[in-house]
Structures are given as C-alpha cells and as structure tokens.
Design a protein around this ligand. Structure first.
Ligand code: SF4
Ligand code: SF4
Length: 290
C-alpha cells in the first residue's frame, strides 16, 4: 500500500483538482481529505456519510454558573483575556476560541466553580463515494489543532486501506507548510506538489520541497496552468529536477476544470480533453516511479 499526498505551497494552485482526478484514476484506493479547514474534495466526490465521530482535542475552561460567586478573580488572572464579563448580569463566561487551556483559572477559583473539560473541535467522517471509501473531517469554527485532526484522518484512512487491502491512499493535503502539512506528509510514500507558474509559485515550491526533503519523502512536482508562463514553468521544473524531484507532467489551462467542478466531477471523469489526458499521464508516470 502506498500513500501519496497532494500538497501545494498555498491554496488555489489546483491541488484539489489534481487530487480528485487521482482519486478516480487510482483504482482500489482509499481517499483522504486532510484539508480540514477547506474540505473542497467533498464537493467533487459527493460522498454519502456512513459514520461520523466527534473530534475532541485539548482542554478548556467552563464556568459552572450556579457555583460561581462572581468574584472576578478568573478574569483578572487569565493572561489570554479569555474570560468575559456580562455587564448586565455580572456573570463570567469563558470565550471558547480564546481560551488556551492553561488551567490557571480553574486552579485559583475560590469557589472551585471552573471545570476543565475536553473541547469538541470538529467531526470526522467515513463516507462512500463512487470511487470507494473516503475519510474526511470538518474542523469546528475557530477551532485550532488541525494538525491533530489531520493525523486522526490519516490513521483512519490507513486502517480502512489495510482492511480493504487497497493499493493506494490518495490524500488531499492542507495548503502551506505549517503544522497540518507536516502532519499530512510524515510517513507518506510520496508527495505530489502542485504549483503555479508564478514567482510566488516558485518560492512556495522551494519551501515545500525543503519540507519534503527534510522528512526524506519522495517528491513529484506538477505545474498547473503551465501555459500561463512558459518561462517560469521551465524554471520551476528545472529547479525541481535539480533538487531530486521527479516531474511527471504539466497541466494546461482548460475550461473543462471549471465545468467539471460545477458538475461535481473530477476533470478526468468529465472529459477526455487535454487536461484529462495530461493528468492521466501524470498518474501513469507517478505509479511507474513508486
Ligand atoms: S474565579 Fe470562580 S468564582 Fe470567581 S468569578 Fe471566576 S468562576 Fe466565578
Ligand atoms: S484555562 Fe487559562 S486561558 Fe482558559 S480561561 Fe482559564 S486562565 Fe484563561
């Protein structure tokens, strides 16, 4: 079983477009959406949710109003300014998104009126799609720790892939190079970096490649909409190859992509045009290298 994680230095480079098509092309696979802040793959795969589980992470303070004596000490002590005073009622409450879970208020509360509870940060799902099993998640509004949620989604995907004896796990990773990306690539067999032919695309690629190198993960680089700028595309590909990456192909600009997404389809499902052909070739070249 091989896990391929599709990533990009930032959002909007066509990462999910490519990931969706690979989900179609990789028969006998499990698809994992680790872009938990913007789970766009959902819109293309149109899954039917079969399981959903709450995701708890970290702890936060909760004031039991009945026992609170309204002394205000918690507000005074909280250095994250997470405790709010309702001036009309004189009651204190904890702002969920600002509480850092340090526990100081609970420790010092004279009335012992503060609980320290696990925080519900989102939900994770197992779904069925027309291409097989799909694992995904949704981070709660304002919730942090998407790195941990990414790890949970990947672990779940791996379990299902092992049970199904799947050949591949296709993971749509988060954008950027932060903690969620690191959580999505560590231990993977390969990353496919999707970038765009602009100067910022080049600098994002450099950062993501450094990350993949650091974790010793095989990398593939694809320039999406390469025909916007031939010169920068050539530069990016040259840089990628000189850094030890493999370039399995390029993806052209095409109206097919937008039309496919409007119809809730991956581009390789929607048409057999140039973009679909290019992505099919990319997949063939990647599998030959794995
Ligand atoms: S320290 Fe305890 S008793 Fe005082 S306001 Fe805060 S929760 Fe209420
Ligand atoms: S746990 Fe820490 S951060 Fe959260 S409200 Fe209490 S003092 Fe503030």
């Amino acid at each position: 079983m091989k896990e391929i994680v599709v990533i990009s230095g930032k959002g909007g480079t066509g990462k999910t477009t490519v990931a969706a098509s690979l989900s179609v092309l990789a028969e006998n696979s499990v698809v994992a959406d680790c872009d938990v802040d913007a789970a766009d793959l959902f819109l293309i795969l149109r899954p039917e949710i079969t399981e959903n589980h709450d995701f708890y992470s970290g702890k936060g303070a909760l004031i039991r109003q009945k026992e609170c004596i309204k002394c205000g000490l918690c507000k005074e002590l909280c250095r994250f300014d997470a405790i709010e005073l309702d001036k009309e009622t004189g009651s204190y409450s904890v702002g969920e998104t600002s509480c850092e879970g340090c526990g100081v208020c609970a420790y010092f509360c004279p009335a012992k009126a503060i609980d320290f509870i696990e925080r519900l940060c989102g939900e994770r799902y197992v779904s069925q799609t027309r291409f097989g099993d799909f694992v995904h998640a949704k981070l709660g509004i304002g919730a942090e720790n998407s790195g941990k949620l990414v790890t949970v989604v990947r672990e779940n995907g791996k379990k299902i892939a092992e049970k199904n004896q799947s050949e591949y796990i296709i993971t749509d990773g988060p954008p950027g190079i932060g903690c969620p990306v690191i959580a999505s690539i560590t231990g993977a067999d390969a990353v496919l970096i999707v970038t765009e032919p602009t100067l910022s695309g080049m600098s994002d690629l450099k950062r993501v490649l450094t990350l993949a190198k650091h974790f010793n993960i095989k990398s593939f680089v694809v320039v999406n909409k390469w025909d916007i700028n031939h010169e920068i595309t050539n530069e990016i590909e040259k840089y990628a190859e000189n850094s030890g990456s493999f370039v399995p192909g390029r993806v052209s600009i095409s109206q097919d992509v937008t039309k496919a997404h409007i119809n809730g389809k991956a581009v390789v499902e929607y048409s057999n045009g140039i973009t679909a052909q290019e992505i099919k070739n990319i997949w063939k070249n990647i599998t030959n290298q794995l």
